[in-house]
Design a protein around this ligand. Structure first.
Ligand SMILES: Nc1ncnc2c1ncn2[C@@H]1O[C@H](COP(=O)(O)OP(=O)(O)O)[C@@H](O)[C@H]1O
Ligand SMILES: O=P(O)(O)OC[C@H](O)CO
Length: 513
């Protein structure tokens, strides 16, 4: 246990993320009692394709849950409930009779459905998808990934139509396995995860039969859509049956929505941004569904049991922390992610260089799958230290573009930004962010807001916490960065950034993917 004075009971949360799975045990004050984490393999079969082995993920989930319980030195009687949060959109199909995935899971970053999305745009029209699902047609979302599997795995469509194949994002896969798997596992998803499939109607909160038909996904394979905080079932399955049998599985939220919840952004207009592999800024828009005209996603923020649905606007950036990883692993420019800050601090500025990491096209607010990465403004003056600056600035400027879009769509000014995620350890980045946003940036004491949000939702579902007001009292500021950049510099740099963004577009031709 991290704190000798921490007393039970506790809530556990599983975060099934893009690069790793972790389990965290929290106490009633929302403090971390123990953590266990395990990375899984990233599989790149072709350029632009990214897969995960869903069996490896399930094995890791069981190990980290057992690991966190052991590290906390507690037993099943000390745990009141377990919550789930997960990388969103990543899609797995499995045979309900054997529990075996029919293919590796297709990850959210995977661009193999680009051509399919363009075809759907021509045949059905962009507007229809945006209006009903809140999402632009893009390879990012789950529905087209399921269609790709149905078209490319031999005999799969017939098996799916016969009702033998189940579809899930990672929440569904984990919950089904936790609650019994082939022996009666619950096939459910929550409204936040369902809102990323491109198959759920945002207005009715049900699967949209016409949209599903136009994408080519049989309704028979889809899970039941439930709220984000309620008991879906009890742990009975796998290795965890003996250790934690009977513990209620009581929440599910996509990881960015969980972070919104963990940051206690419960009021309309409150906004958080999470800096990990990618970056995701999410604004609570209350019970209002705001159609985006500025390139954001309209999505579900959360739904607690029978309470009304809370909606959100989201700006998703595909590549931020993964650019730092790329500089480390592919370019060898630094040996650890943290070193990028030391290298960047060895120079005053970016030396005129701008790095737009459009590795999977550009997500919000552009949604351009034909874009590819660019380093603009190169001269012989530029050193690797300037590039390190440009790498960090890329995250800040991409956030600025999203913040501008949020102001346009919501009409609300950004008063302050709550941040979390691995990259917030970088002080230079956080200062640059405050500078380019011209707004304060604040980080809470518990930076593991994703797991915390899932724990909060599970705790509310079983009465461990009584209300969101009680949760709000747990939020404590750990650090704050205030803007220091003068307006003229900010405007000049933003203009240069936007020029560099222009240069990424149209790199791929219509017939390329
Ligand atoms: N000090 C740092 N400076 C810049 N980037 C960092 C730093 N520390 C970690 N990162 C980046 O943050 C990401 C990890 O953050 P995390 O929140 O664990 O991500 P995820 O949940 O997406 O796996 C990695 O992409 C890594 O490159
Ligand atoms: O697992 P993360 O933190 O990289 O988050 C991934 C997002 O949910 C993708 O939409």
């Amino acid at each position: 246990m991290t704190d000798a004075h921490t007393a039970g009971p506790f809530i556990a949360a599983i975060d099934q993320g893009t690069t790793s799975s972790r389990c965290i045990v929290f106490d009633r004050d929302g403090r971390i009692v123990s953590v266990d984490q395990k990375e899984h393999e990233q599989i790149f079969p072709k350029p632009g394709w990214v897969e995960h082995n869903a069996n490896e993920i399930w094995t890791n989930v069981q190990e980290v849950v057992a690991g966190a319980i052991e590290k906390a030195g507690i037993t099943r009687d000390d745990i009141k409930a377990i919550g789930i949060t997960n990388q969103r959109e990543t899609t797995v199909l499995w045979d309900k009779n054997t529990g075996e995935p029919v293919h590796n899971a297709i990850v959210w970053q995977d661009t193999r459905t680009d051509a399919l999305c363009r075809e759907l745009g021509r045949n059905v029209g962009q507007d229809r998808f945006r209006r009903e699902t809140g999402l632009p047609l893009a390879s990012y979302f789950a529905g087209p990934k399921a269609r790709w599997l149905l078209d490319n795995v031999d005999g799969l469509r017939e098996r799916a139509e016969a009702g033998d194949i189940l579809f899930g994002t990672m929440d569904s896969w984990v919950i089904w396995n936790l609650t019994g798997g082939v022996n009666g596992g619950e096939h459910v998803t929550d409204v936040t995860n369902a809102s990323r499939t491109m198959l759920m109607n945002l207005h009715t909160m049900r699967w949209d039969a016409k949209i599903a038909e136009s994408i080519g996904v049989p309704l028979a394979m889809l899970p039941e859509i439930r709220s984000s905080a309620e008991v879906y079932g009890e742990i009975t399955g796998g290795k965890l049956g003996d250790l934690l049998g009977g513990i209620p599985v009581a929440s599910a939220l996509g990881d960015q929505q969980a972070a919104l919840f963990g940051q206690t952004c419960f009021s309309e207009g409150e906004t958080k941004s999470t800096y990990g592999t990618g970056t995701f800024m999410v604004m609570n828009t209350g019970e209002k569904i705001i159609n985006s005209y500025a390139g954001l996603l309209t999505t579900v923020g959360y739904k607690i049991g029978d309470e009304p649905t809370v909606y959100a606007l989201e700006g998703s950036i595909a590549v931020t922390g993964s650019l730092v990883q790329w500089m480390r692993d592919q370019m060898g420019l630094v040996s650890t992610a943290a070193e990028i800050e030391t290298l960047a601090l060895s120079v005053e500025d970016n030396g005129g260089a701008y790095f737009v990491p459009a590795f999977s096209g550009l997500f919000a607010p552009h949604w351009r799958s034909d874009a590819r990465g660019v380093i603009a403004g190169l001269t012989r003056y530029v050193t690797k230290a300037h590039l390190a600056r440009a790498v960090l600035e890329a995250t800040a400027w991409q956030t600025r573009e999203i913040a501008d879009a949020m102001v346009k769509d919501s009409g609300d000014e950004l008063v302050a930004l709550k941040v979390d995620g691995g990259m917030t350890a970088n002080n230079l980045l956080m200062q640059t962010l405050a500078d380019v946003l011209d707004a304060p940036v604040v980080r809470p004491m518990v930076a593991e807001t994703t797991c915390l949000g899932a724990a909060y939702a599970a705790g509310l579902a079983v009465g461990f916490w009584s209300s969101t007001d009680e949760l709000r009292a747990n939020w404590r500021r750990a650090a704050e960065w205030t803007p220091r950049m003068d307006a003229a510099t900010r405007d000049r740099e933003y203009k240069n950034w936007l020029k560099a963004v222009e240069r990424t577009m149209g790199w791929l031709d219509e017939d390329e993917s």
